[in-house]
Design a protein around this ligand. Sequence first.
Ligand code: FAD
Length: 317
Amino acid sequence: MYKSIVIGTGPAGLTAAIYLARANLKPLVIEGMQPGGQLTTTTEVENFPGFPQGIMGPELMDNMRQQAERFGAEFKSAWVESVDFSERPFKVNVEGMGQLLAESVIISTGASAKYLGIPGEQENVGRGVSTCATCDGFFFRGKKIIVIGGGDSAMEEASFLTRFASSVTVVHRRTELRASKIMQDRARENQKIEWALDRTPLEVVTSETGVKGLKVRNNETGEEELIEAEGVFVAIGHTPNTGFLGGQITTDPTGYILVKPGTTETNIPGVFACGDVQDTRYRQAITAAGTGCMAAMDCEKFLEGHMVHDWSETLNP
Ligand SMILES: Cc1cc2nc3c(=O)[nH]c(=O)nc-3n(C[C@H](O)[C@H](O)[C@H](O)COP(=O)(O)OP(=O)(O)OC[C@H]3O[C@@H](n4cnc5c(N)ncnc54)[C@H](O)[C@@H]3O)c2cc1C
């Protein structure tokens, strides 16, 4: 039985853990398959405040973890298979640990960027392949960039990247874009954006110096072409990690958790959500950390006078 279980150890979960631990709530933090979250897959993080020279993603996450541990957060290297939020205490089923009980739960399981699964893609993430223009655009000043995708976020990323790139080529499998008219119009008016529509991406091509371009098939002619670029941004959407909730928490149609505006409260009192798992818009480490702090404070407030277990008998009430 725990006063609070935090699910996920990205910036959101670890910030929540720091705050809960400092409030003496001794949270259990379940790390999942990616301890430290998405930032462990990147190199330099240059936009997290407090690090004027930047910091490596894994180091930043390790610092956050140590900070939470220092105040008494307990960590388990396992993942949550399912939950039962029908009554309190909540039940959290953890792989290899069985069923844990909790007075409150904070969900900070993030959202995973979708990839195409083509050769050269995964092995070059962080070395020319990216899924985050805000994070990595700065590294491609004066260079050619490709953005793959035809939705609103692809248009937004392409427009944003023209601030740095010498040119941005949008590659999309179909002739028609899925993006809203206003986003398309904005992109089409941008002189730095070129279009490679009706092209199927086949392979991210590299040389000794890094990414060289994207091999595509022209769907009309069937011919293969190489579009040259030093950066390839995959902008085909994200999948929020909410499958294990079994539909007990209200989400939008794409699976992102819906929280009461201005808070981290979900539809179930005592269950809170923070970070990318409830954020379709910003998806940054600092916003994840910010909502992690909010979740811990919302959780603390909820637990005041709402405990179902008698903690007076325990050594650490
Ligand atoms: C390559 C890359 C580079 C980036 N660079 C930057 C940058 O420079 N600056 C910036 O601000 N942002 C950057 N971002 C975005 C940033 O990483 C995310 O916005 C941030 O990590 C979101 O934090 P989070 O805590 O919500 O979730 P995540 O970091 O996604 O962490 C999710 C956590 O949940 C756990 N989890 C998932 N499912 C389960 C489960 N069933 N049971 C238990 N645990 C589970 C995972 O193991 C993980 O620990 C980058 C992202 C990527 C992919």
